[in-house]
Design a protein around this ligand. Structure first.
Ligand code: 4NP
Length: 168
């Protein structure tokens, strides 16, 4: 059995490729690459075919993650046929995905940070569940993205391992 995860932001050049690279690294570390599949996509088509933003690649590389081989693509309605988890970086991305999602989708469409180990008691669609878009900001935003997606990757992987009874 393969559990399939799609991580989604707006452009698929900053947040979701960072989440993709971090989650993929966790799968490799735990020997789960055959059992869990991950991809990322954007709700917008602006950057289709491009590498991640050089600032995302550089920030990730500093923390030991290689994003350089990833290429942007746009999310499609058919993705809901394939993926068990479709997880958005912010509430705007989630609203776009909800509009695209077939009514009978049997998987989990949610915010990525709902799985975060760093969430504590905070709940609801408040700021703590958003991965802030770093595209127009300063360099710190890119490092912040990494911290947030590391916490969510750890939480999501624990959830998947226990829910689907996976063994490394
Ligand atoms: P992302 O960031 O959604 O994290 O990939 C953005 C990338 C590009 C743009 C906006 C956000 N843009 O406006 O081109």
């Amino acid at each position: 059995m393969t559990v399939r995860v799609l991580l989604v932001c707006l452009g698929n050049i900053c947040r979701s490729p960072t989440a993709h690279g971090v989650f993929q690294q966790r799968l490799i570390e735990q020997g789960l690459q055959q059992q869990v599949e991950v991809d990322s996509a954007g709700t917008a088509a602006w950057h289709v075919g491009r590498s991640p933003d050089p600032r995302s690649i550089a920030a990730a590389a500093k923390q030991g993650y290689d994003l350089s081989e990833l290429r942007a693509r746009q999310v499609q309605r058919q993705d809901f046929d394939h993926y068990d988890y479709v997880l958005a970086m912010d509430s705007s991305n989630l609203a776009d995905l909800q509009a695209l999602c077939p009514d009978n989708y049997g998987g989990e469409l949610s915010l990525f940070l709902r799985y975060s180990t760093g969430l504590g008691n905070r709940q609801g669609a408040d700021d703590s569940l958003q991965v802030p878009d770093p595209y127009y900001g300063d360099g710190d935003g890119f490092l912040r993205v990494i911290t947030l997606v590391e916490q969510a990757s750890d939480g999501l992987l624990s959830h998947i391992i226990s829910k689907h009874a996976l063994k490394a």
